[in-house]
Design a protein around this ligand. Structure first.
Ligand SMILES: NC(=O)c1ccc[n+]([C@@H]2O[C@H](COP(=O)([O-])OP(=O)(O)OC[C@H]3O[C@@H](n4cnc5c(N)ncnc54)[C@H](OP(=O)(O)O)[C@@H]3O)[C@@H](O)[C@H]2O)c1
Length: 270
């Protein structure tokens, strides 16, 4: 995505959530180097200060906010509505992996709030201004597990809530891309596989022995995917036809319904 393609007047402005580490930090550094003014959201002020120091003066404005709280979501939504955003990167996230029965309800609620409620409400706050300014871009960081809900668990004891939030983000992005295309707003669901960040380490998992993509490559894929017009961007999927196949399979199942009770249910009930 060239700077010129994403800005109509003056300096482009991006708001990046979860900018204090990993993929969000890589987005903030890349966008700052491209000339964006970056509004960087996170809870760790020291990390955001270090990020500001890594960019030219005046390129980064931090917002310290907890997107797991109503007040944090409201503060960042207010910035999304007030600032002339050309780009919103909904990236903040956590997983709280664990068996569904054992994960505390508060942890489930936090995952839902950060990954789905905050993301949806920040997009909702940003869109009116983007429409009024003639366009914009929203990137929602989901993950390949959006397509892997039925996959074997692997090293985790359970991940249902997290996986469901990724599916929410893909569905939200696809539906918004359809709805907002006429308003010149691009929407992308960014679906990395395993990435070398603090994400797994923060929940006590060491995946450093596994092959992992870099956060920088994820950002490269996202920006290139926007230029290619991809709504679902999967940095590690070589065959783009697989993603189109998944989209078409969904639409085929959706189109295969009728108001008549399907024969197998009628027969089973007899
Ligand atoms: N790493 C992977 O393998 C992988 C794979 C697929 C998708 N993803 C997605 O990629 C996104 C970025 O994760 P990452 O891999 O870069 O992990 P990370 O290094 O742990 O970064 C997560 C970011 O989210 C922020 N965050 C978490 N909870 C927050 C809250 N309550 N309020 C505000 N900010 C919060 C963190 O900031 P503070 O702690 O400073 O608040 C941090 O900047 C996530 O949404 C994740 O679902 C990651």
């Amino acid at each position: 995505m060239s700077e010129a393609s994403d800005v109509t007047n003056g300096q482009p402005v991006a708001l990046v959530t979860g900018a204090s580490s990993g993929i969000g930090r890589a987005f903030a550094l890349r966008l700052g180097a491209m000339g964006y003014r970056v509004i960087a959201v996170g809870r760790r002020a020291d990390r955001l200060d270090a990020l500001a120091n890594a960019l030219p003066a005046g390129r980064l404005d931090p917002i310290i906010a907890d997107l797991g709280t109503d007040a944090g979501i409201a503060a960042v939504a207010e910035a999304c509505a007030r600032e002339p955003l050309t780009l919103l990167v909904n990236n903040a996230g956590l997983a709280h992996y664990g068996s569904f029965a054992a994960v505390p309800a508060a942890d489930i609620a936090e995952v839902l709030r950060v990954k789905t409620l905050a993301t949806t409400l920040l997009a909702h706050a940003a869109v009116p201004g983007m429409l009024a300014r003639g366009g914009g871009t929203i990137v929602n960081v989901a993950g390949m597990l959006a397509f892997g809900a039925a996959a074997p668990l692997g090293p985790t004891p359970g991940r249902a809530t997290y996986v469901a939030t990724l599916a929410h983000l893909v569905a939200l992005s696809q539906a918004l891309a359809e709805e907002l295309r006429a308003g010149n707003i691009r929407v992308q669901a960014l679906c990395p596989g395993i990435v070398a960040t603090e994400f797994h380490m923060r929940q006590g998992m060491d995946l450093s022995a596994l092959p992992r993509m870099t956060a920088e490559d994820v950002v490269t894929a996202s920006l290139a995917g926007l230029a290619l017009g991809e709504v679902v961007c999967a940095p590690g999927v070589e065959d783009v036809g697989l993603l189109d196949g998944a989209r078409r399979a969904n639409l085929t199942a959706f189109g295969g319904q009728s108001p008549t009770l399907a024969t197998r249910y009628r027969q089973q009930a007899e």
